[in-house]
Design a protein around this ligand. Structure first.
Ligand code: BTN
Length: 324
């Protein structure tokens, strides 16, 4: 707590801040300040100390500290309850338990790394420490269980928009909710829910974004924000996972509020605009043909080669050659 207060003061101050000023504002001794500064340095904060001038914050570490995630976040609900861990098996399990315990909508569970990261269709999600964003969010939509797929599409739209606007890449959605750049997977989204017959109790949306990993660190066919930067700028670019996460939390809150106020139409429209799948030749299981559209339940409509339109509600889509 004291450390967070010291950080706040240092962030607000443009130049050096004297030990005396900190001591006065926080009512702690000069040696108390020094001890806390040492602790902050251990956490990776770069703080210079100059005799007769004071302290200055030079560097904020790329760590998912809750106080950094919430600093300047500006949301009302998303991320305002948050837990951050060094290592967990999967943020899905912790968030699911938090959901059972009554955690409110927008609760965030994130981790530096996961030992048993879960992917869609029973696959695993490789989650090396510090390389990506691994987090789960709790949603409590007033929807019937058969409407829950809407949140899968909404999640892809919200995260896709945040990454497009925050990082400037042409991020596209592959049905139902993978996010791709130039056909390579940047981000995966997994949704799990608990429901009664006629009402969703809560949904857990799990998001994994590849941030720092380079070619050698990534699964085949994947990309990361850092890898894309290297393709565009000779010296690449350094991303802050906290800043990316904040963008995503803001975009999520905006889209969820909109869903509750105006229904699902706007999300569906935006999903179509950002889609990489619609218009493409695709295969889902046994079905091969042209992806025509999605319906409001998230189902993918495919026209197969004898002209029949079939709908798929779940599965993996393979993009074959373009037929646009
Ligand atoms: C996919 O298969 O594309 C979905 C991957 C989802 C990965 C995220 S990482 C955070 C959360 N915790 C997990 O164990 N999985 C999701």
């Amino acid at each position: 707590m004291v450390q967070e207060k010291i950080l706040q003061l240092l962030k607000r101050s443009s130049g050096y801040l004297s030990g005396e000023a900190i001591s006065r504002q926080l009512s702690i001794s000069r040696s108390g300040i020094w001890k806390n500064i040492q602790e902050l340095r251990k956490d990776g904060y770069g703080i210079t100390a100059v005799p007769h001038q004071g302290y200055r914050l030079e560097k904020i570490p790329d760590k998912l500290f809750v106080h950094e995630i919430q600093h300047g976040l500006g949301t009302r609900r998303f991320g305002q309850r948050a837990e951050s861990f060094d290592e967990v098996a999967s943020t899905m399990d912790l968030a699911f338990q938090a959901g059972i315990n009554g955690a409110p909508e927008g609760t965030l569970v994130c981790a530096e790394g996961q030992t048993k990261g879960k992917g869609r269709m029973g696959r695993s999600w490789v989650s090396p420490p510090g390389q990506g964003l691994y987090f789960s969010l709790i949603l409590r939509p007033p929807l019937a269980p058969d409407q829950a797929a809407k949140l899968t599409l909404l999640s892809a739209v919200a995260v896709g928009e945040a990454l497009r606007e925050g990082c400037g890449y042409d991020v596209r959605i592959k049905w139902p909710n993978d996010l791709l750049i130039q056909g390579r997977k940047l981000c995966g989204i997994l949704t799990e829910m608990r429901a009664e017959m006629d009402q969703v109790r809560f949904v857990v949306v799990g998001v994994g974004v590849n941030v720092h990993g380079l070619e050698k660190d990534l699964p085949p066919g994947a990309t990361s924000l850092a890898r894309e930067a290297l393709l565009q700028f000779p010296r690449g670019k350094v991303f802050s996972r906290v800043a990316v996460l904040q963008d995503i939390l803001r975009a999520f809150e905006k889209r969820v509020d909109e869903l509750y106020q105006n229904g699902f139409g706007p999300v569906l429209e935006q999903w179509r605009r950002l889609s990489d799948t619609l218009g493409s030749r695709v295969r889902v299981g046994e079905v091969e043909g042209t992806a025509l559209d999605i319906d409001e339940y998230g189902g993918l409509m495919i026209r197969n080669d004898n002209g029949t339109v079939v709908k798929r509600m779940s599965g993996d889509v393979t993009h074959l050659r373009e037929s646009r």
